[in-house]
Design a protein around this ligand. Structure first.
Ligand code: 1CP
Length: 375
């Protein structure tokens, strides 16, 4: 497979001759997250494990999403598929942001073609009071999957993840996917005390879920606040930032890079960084050099429009090079899409993007760093 050849080359560059514990901290992903020089910009794709891959569709057939998330060996294989195929610089755990809610006792299902659907939406003080904390043992299957993966992945880092309080609250309050988040915002504006109580509980759940993953071996984490872009900066700071900060701050002692991402968050980037992110994920609407200015040079992740992958290759190539050039303005750049891989994406295009990013060492190097030794 093309990805196999590619990975060999990448592993060599990432330091296969160093002991495993060193390799885990010197890979391009972790170096870029710390703003250190890299042999090439690291690249992975949000939703890289998924319906764009025929091997994913074959393995998932007949198993519901939540059931798949509870089976460590299946999680391990689904997580590995895009790593083997594309030669990406990181794996992301196959799971979902609602998995810890289910484990904490919320009656919720992931409906194919729709997303998470909550049986009894959370809207009153008694609903919030009934939201139990997450006990780490309730996601023991996630810890087991992470341990299996760390063994399989070798030097390639595993990214653990969780949903941020606002995005989790949106699913719980709306009862499912939502375009305008109107019930969520009505609760937020109408009963701030209840809102903060809800988000406080969700922050604890997200933090426990992330700590389980890092303790089991995840080398970095991403906190998805996918729908935070629905808020003004003032509302984000008032109603959301303290809770996301509790999650990100609660990981500080574990010393893993914390990536924080949302969609449509161009106006929120500085505030999201203030919440405690080491790296801020950016969608395709904000050029990465503009994002880097808003973030005062902090490392960025992103931000190729996932729809560009449906255009002819010469367009894809031009856009990838533009993203790389703009990303070079930041102290570190993790190449990614601006949001998740769309199901109809041709997986061979993703593999070619990885090859292109890995081959673009020199133009991606930041000015003034030419003499830095490469890991
Ligand atoms: O490869 C990977 O990226 C790992 C897998 C992964 C991740 C990181 C899945 C599998 N879900 C997630 C996170 C997630 N889940 C987010 C944050 C990322 C993002 O913004 O896309 C969100 C918002 C969800 C919620 C969710 N779960 C949705 C979106 C619904 C909406 O509001 O539009 C959907 C469709 C799901 C189900 C889901 N999660 C993952 C998969 C493979 C699926 C499809 C399930 C199926 O096959 O039925």
């Amino acid at each position: 497979m093309r990805g196999g050849r590619h990975r060999e080359a990448h592993d060599t560059m990432a330091g296969m001759n160093t002991p495993p514990e060193d390799a885990a901290t010197t890979t391009p992903l972790l170096r870029a997250c710390r703003g250190e020089a890299v042999p090439h910009p690291p690249v992975w794709f949000m939703r890289q494990a998924g319906r764009s891959l025929p091997e994913y569709r074959a393995l998932r057939a007949g198993t519901s999403m939540l059931e798949a998330c509870r089976r460590p060996e299946l999680v391990c294989e689904l997580t590995m598929q895009p790593v083997r195929r594309h030669g990406v610089d990181a794996a992301i755990l196959f799971s979902d942001i609602v998995v810890p809610l289910v484990a904490a006792g919320v009656d919720l299902d992931i409906v194919a073609g729709t997303g998470p659907v909550v049986a009894a939406p959370v809207r009153t003080a008694s609903d919030v009071a009934a939201l139990a904390p997450l006990h780490p043992d309730a996601v023991g299957y996630v810890a087991e999957a992470v341990r299996l993966l760390v063994g399989e992945l070798g030097a390639t880092p595993l990214i653990g993840f969780a949903g941020a309080p606002f995005t989790l609250a949106s699913y719980l309050v709306e009862g499912g996917p939502s375009r305008h988040h109107e019930k969520t915002k009505a609760l937020m504006y109408g009963d701030p005390a209840l809102w903060h109580a809800l988000c406080g509980r969700l922050a604890e759940i997200a933090l426990t879920f992330l700590r389980v993953q890092v303790t089991a071996g995840a080398a970095a984490v991403q906190l998805f606040d996918s729908w935070a872009g629905a808020l003004s900066e003032a509302d984000y700071r008032r109603y959301v930032l303290p809770h996301s900060a509790a999650v990100l701050g609660g990981l500080a002692d574990l010393a893993v890079p914390r990536i924080h991402f949302g969609v449509g968050t161009g106006e929120l980037l500085a505030a999201m960084a203030e919440a405690g992110a080491d790296v801020v994920g950016v969608d395709w609407r904000t050029p990465l050099d503009a994002a880097a200015r808003r973030l005062r040079g902090r490392p960025v992740q992103g931000n190729l429009d996932p729809c560009v992958l449906f255009a002819p290759w010469d367009v894809v190539e031009t856009e990838v090079r533009r993203v790389l050039a703009e990303g070079a303005a930041a102290s570190g750049h993790v190449f990614n899409l601006g949001h998740g891989v769309l199901p109809g994406t041709d997986p061979d295009v993703l593999t070619r993007v990885v090859e292109l990013v890995h081959a673009t060492t020199v133009t991606a190097r930041r000015p003034g760093e030419e003499d830095d030794p490469v890991a």
